[in-house]
Design a protein around this ligand. Structure first.
Ligand code: PLP
Length: 396
């Protein structure tokens, strides 16, 4: 007899990207020269001084439980970094250190939602948001954004999507998967809708330092006192400092939210790994030159990827101004060959025929697109995009 799975868990989809990733890894294992644009993590190593701080803390015996919301000096450093970058002031007690930004988003939603509440999720979206909402018994409601409008989030679209059960708006700028950076003026209008509709905001700003062409991240909480009072700001060290495996993120917000969030975490996972907290402290308080150098490299790759993709007949995209992804419209190629009818089939055929891994847009709520991460070397980028050109050329 099969074990009965609860309704919430049964409604979760497995990661669409997993099958493609597994196939890519199998190809590499078999000695094939495959190229991956799939990965969501910087390809740079964690800077040495940060690693050293982690190693030192273990050698010093810092290997036990810490306060569950994080060591005081890290909470203080997070508050200082947010103030430096956005001007928003949080007391260290309004910061909870989590095991990655992902946990911070989940915990924020968990303390804000009741069963059946609706969560507005601008689309395309990072694939985990709707699944987290469902896992918590909420209902994700997409708010459509369009490439023709530079992926702007329009306040009237938020307003239209907000029904009587709408409780939370999830924001993610700079955005995964589009790379779009929302304008301060648009966000100010969105903040006004949130005030009028009494929506809480979970603002996932994990790519806040990865901005190009003069773009700047707008911390949603910096828009007004009202915005600050209804926002949980989420970020972490994973992307900025190439620390994905260390699992350190944070949530910062008004104490009315952060108290319950900290309580929840204390029963869920307790503190984030002790040595990782020390490493994150070194990252936030140390020399920031390495961040500038990594962002500079991403910027060069971003321009290269955009130029090369625009050289392929049938592909056209504007250079995104943030994160390390491009979201490329490929539905013009669907149906040119039998079986290649959607983004999953497109990615599968591309991997089988040309040994290039991309992520299907359907994972992010738009089947017309595929996502490429340019967190890989220029040499791999050139090779991979040349192969994409050959693949789509061979379809027509
Ligand atoms: N938020 C967004 C938008 C992401 O793209 C990712 C990782 O891909 C995360 C959060 C997860 O961050 P972390 O690894 O710190 O949990």
């Amino acid at each position: 007899m099969a074990v009965r799975i609860g309704k919430k868990a049964a409604s979760l989809s497995d990661s669409l990207t997993l099958a493609i990733d597994a196939r890519y890894k199998a190809l590499v294992q078999a000695g094939e020269d495959a190229v991956s644009f799939g990965t969501g993590e910087p390809d740079f190593p964690t800077p040495a001084p940060i690693c050293e701080a982690g190693i030192r803390s273990i050698r010093d015996g810092f290997t036990k439980y810490t306060p569950s919301s994080g060591i005081p000096e890290l909470r203080k450093a997070v508050a200082a970094a947010i103030e430096r970058d956005s001007g928003v002031r949080y007391a260290p007690g309004e910061v909870v250190v989590t095991s990655g930004a992902k946990q911070a988003v989940y915990e924020a939603l968990a303390v804000l939602l009741d069963e059946g509440d609706e969560v507005l999720v601008p689309a395309p979206y990072w694939l985990s948001y709707p699944e987290m909402v469902r896992a918590l018994g909420g209902v994700p409601v997409p708010v459509p954004c369009r490439e023709e409008e530079g992926w702007r989030l329009r306040a009237d679209a938020v307003d239209r999507a907000a029904g009587p059960r709408a409780r939370v708006l999830v924001l993610n700028s700079p955005n995964n998967p589009t790379g779009a950076v929302l304008e301060r003026s648009d966000l100010a209008e969105v903040a006004e809708v949130c005030r009028r509709r009494d929506l809480a905001v979970v603002s996932d700003e994990i790519y806040d330092r990865m901005v190009y062409d003069g773009a700047r991240n707008t911390c949603f909480a910096s828009l007004s006192e009202d915005a600050r009072s209804r926002t949980v700001t989420v970020s972490g060290v994973s992307k900025t400092y190439a620390m994905t495996g260390w699992r350190i993120g944070w949530a910062a917000g008004p104490s009315a939210v952060m108290g319950p969030l900290g309580n929840l975490q204390s029963h869920l996972s307790s503190n984030a790994a002790a040595a990782s907290q020390k490493a994150a402290l070194a990252a936030l308080t140390g020399d920031q030159a390495e961040v500038g150098s990594m962002v500079g490299k991403f910027d060069a790759r971003r321009r290269l990827v955009t130029t090369l993709l625009n050289g392929i007949p049938g592909i056209r995209l504007a250079a995104p101004r943030g994160a390390f992804y491009v979201f490329v419209r490929v539905d013009g190629f669907y149906g040119k060959r039998k079986g290649v009818e959607g983004s999953v089939a497109f990615c599968e055929a591309l991997l089988e025929e040309r040994r290039v891994a991309c992520v299907p847009g359907s994972a992010f709520g738009d089947d017309r697109y595929v996502r490429l991460s340019y967190a890989t070397s220029e040499e791999r980028i050139r090779k991979g995009i040349e192969r994409i050109g050959l693949f789509v050329g061979g379809l027509s």
